[in-house]
Design a protein around this ligand. Sequence first.
Ligand code: NAP
Ligand code: L37
Length: 294
Amino acid sequence: MPAQIIDGKAIAAAIRGEIKAEVEAMKAASGQVPGLATVLVGERKDSQTYVRMKKKACAEVGLNSFSYDLPEDVSQEELLKLVQDLNANSDVHGILVQLPLPDHLDTETILSAISLEKDVDGFHPVNIGRLSMKQREPLFVPCTPKGCIELLDRTGIEIEGKQAVVLGRSNIVGLPVAMLLLHRHATLTICHSRTRDLPQVVRQADILIAAVGRAEMVRGDWIKPGAAIIDVGINAVDDPTNERGYRLVGDVAFDEAKEIAGAITPVPGGVGPMTIAMLLRNTTDGAKRTLAGA
Ligand code: NAP
Ligand code: L37
């Protein structure tokens, strides 16, 4: 039986609907609405697209968004000054500095400057540290990893006691999603570029999270029958039949895997829309905490 297709687009739309109702209630009760500041440095096409989609999603659910587009050669001091101004701005409840930053900027210093209470990406070292420890609650969980777990939960896929395999160990996806699975009592394996016999490791997975950035690397015969697959990869491959000249594919060969898996996310329309929904969730939660004086 072919796999259940996990419709990230529909699940994200449902979540945006929930947030919209909360924002309306907040506005009626306090006169305030959550505000997100987006900071984009340089002109990377993919980053521009994602930031544009984030601002559009804010508008759709009634959040304020404030956008700051800085030139590629902005100095570290100027960027830090902007972050400090946003920390002090009470209309701003969340600050998102879109990564990656150009090489001359020190990402760690910039992310550390964001107020913990406004770190809606969850990339501040203190939030990452808390995420990695037992019984320490981060103020915010990174959006893409949180979206992966939400997809499993809303599809009714149990995590506790399952063999989970995460492909990738990056700071923004692989590592935090692995921590979340561990907290949810999965038995965890993390793979990376030095892992030996990847297909054999992947075959153990009841839950597979693929975040490597290699088009269709995971083949159908790597999949354990019935496994749940969350494909985080977003890879552009040439396609002259497409008007853009390319199409997006995941890290998993979808057509092969769907014949064997129990459930699978498509690309596009899987994790991507969830990343944005979780950003709106975090910003709204941050604003609620601030209004409650917590
Ligand atoms: P990244 O920083 O490049 O990390 C890739 C990870 O994959 C690294 O840990 C790397 O291992 C590992 N890897 C690379 N080639 C491998 C191979 N052949 N076998 C096994 N492991 C391999 O990438 P990222 O930022 O985590 O992003 C991963 C993918 O997710 C990309 O396609 C990106 O576009 C996508 N993404 C999607 C969303 C979304 O919302 N859907 C959000 C963020 C990213 P080493 O550590 O050994 O180098
Ligand atoms: N929060 N996310 C946060 N902070 C960052 O610093 N880089 C980064 C980040 N990454 C990010 O925003 N990724 C992302 C990836 C894909 C989508 C959204 C965000 C997405 O919605 N993708 C669509 C397809 C979009 C397209 O056609 O180009 C999808 O359906 O997958």
